[in-house]
Design a protein around this ligand. Structure first.
Ligand code: SF4
Length: 414
């Protein structure tokens, strides 16, 4: 039997700064939406946030809001309300939970931040289909609801090598957004401002990468479960000085931990890579389960998705087009397997957990033989667990826990 014992989870001190960052972010949005002092743009999580910031918009990300619905386990109460509108339980449970909650006038923001009663009303909704088509359908629903304009970028999918033709097509779409967005924001586009914002976004991305890379240390100073919350500023705050400042503080803390051999999991014995979406409503339970097994889930494709190393302030449109198309989720299985192989080596991983998220085929990479191919290629064993990002009805806790324990036992035997 894999050895199991009760553990106390180690707190990352910078979490307090992160909570303050998120509070400031949501209060600023709320104020703007209530007073009209600034325009609000809704943006998909890997959409062109830098263009929006450069045009003076405050940027709101519905996916982060829906992850809150998942983490607070409110999602299941509201998914049926979206189902009743014809959005089936089989599609993205971020979409269904978010729309369902909106129809009932509910938001987890009210519980977290006193005085915020609803999500901020959009002046425009902007998506990029680089991650999936669901964001387009999701934003279209709100566009009809708020009678607000919607603008989108349509990205190629299943891309092996990102070529010049991919880049120029996406860069053109980005440039074509400027005129309609200028009209909505009432602010004239400035290339200098875009370069400034993009430089900040690049700095945020570089720092976030350095944060995640500290997990290569043995023992790792952070877990994937820490990363899913610490990534908040990289998602919603990229392009701002505040996000850069936060990651400097966090990085310093983690570097100190590395120096002191202070691992996130006491007595770390096994190192796991997480492939796929988090199960938001089980973050704590999974974090404790793995820690009890002296196993550190230390790296993931998911947290790495907000690393945009190709951003170049000297060539904004082409470099944004490249970075937003080179993302893992956009790529072919062959490119994805090469990427995961590199991650296995870099993070010195003993095993991979693939999360097959029922309502997100786009972020579930275990349905076409990838775990098996990678196992043959790298010799690193894989486990597939069935679940979902938000809809906990797709998950059997008992089965998941048994499978994880058996998997760690298998690593022990090896
Ligand atoms: S990538 Fe998956 S979880 Fe994210 S919006 Fe698309 S379908 Fe939903």
């Amino acid at each position: 039997m894999a050895e199991k014992r009760k553990v106390t989870r180690k707190k990352i001190e910078a979490t307090n700064e992160m909570k303050q960052f998120m509070a400031d972010y949501y209060y600023e949005l709320d104020h703007a939406a209530k007073t009209g002092e600034k325009k609000v743009a809704w943006c998909s999580s890997v959409g062109p946030a830098e263009i929006l910031r450069a045009l003076g918009f405050l940027v709101y990300f519905p996916e982060t809001h829906s992850a809150m619905l998942g983490a607070t386990r409110m999602a299941m109460d509201y998914i049926p309300h979206a189902n009743a509108l014809g959005y089936t339980p089989e599609i993205c449970s971020y979409l269904t939970a978010d729309i369902g909650a909106f129809t009932q006038g509910v938001t987890p923001l009210s519980k977290a931040y006193e005085g915020i009663e609803s999500v901020p009303k959009p002046d425009v909704l902007v998506f990029n289909t680089n991650q999936c088509r669901d964001v387009q359908d999701w934003f279209s629903w709100y566009s009809r609801e708020f009678q607000a304009p919607i603008v989108g970028i349509h990205t190629h999918r299943g891309v092996m090598d990102v070529t010049e033709s991919h880049i120029s097509s996406i860069a053109n779409q980005m440039e074509n957004m400027i005129e309609p967005l200028e009209k909505i924001s009432g602010i004239r586009f400035s290339m200098d401002e875009l370069k400034r914002v993009l430089a900040l976004s690049r700095e945020c991305s570089d720092l976030w990468k350095e944060v995640l890379d500290t997990a290569a240390a043995i023992p790792s100073p952070l877990t994937f479960f820490d990363g899913t919350t610490l990534m908040g500023p990289a998602v919603v705050g990229r392009g701002t000085q505040q996000a850069v400042d936060f990651y400097r503080v966090l990085l310093a803390e983690l570097e100190e931990r590395v120096e002191n051999d202070d691992g996130a999991v006491e007595g770390e014995r096994y190192r796991i890579y997480w492939e796929g979406m988090p199960i938001w409503g089980r973050l704590r339970a999974h974090s404790e389960l793995f820690a009890e097994l002296k196993t550190c889930v230390l790296a993931s494709t998911y947290c790495n998705s907000w690393i945009f190393s190709d951003f170049d302030p000297e060539d904004p449109f082409n470099s944004m087009a490249k970075a937003y198309t080179e993302l893992f989720i956009v790529r072919s299985d062959e490119a994805k397997e090469k990427y995961i192989t590199r991650m296995i080596e870099f993070f010195k991983v003993d095993g991979i957990v693939f999360h097959d998220a029922r309502t997100c085929p786009n972020n579930s990479n275990c349905r076409y033989g990838m775990p098996q191919r990678l196992e043959v290629k790298t010799g690193v064993p894989a486990l597939v667990i069935n679940g979902d990002l938000n809809d906990l009805r797709c998950l059997s806790d008992e089965q998941t826990n048994t499978n994880i324990e058996a998997f760690i036992e298998q690593l022990e035997e090896q």
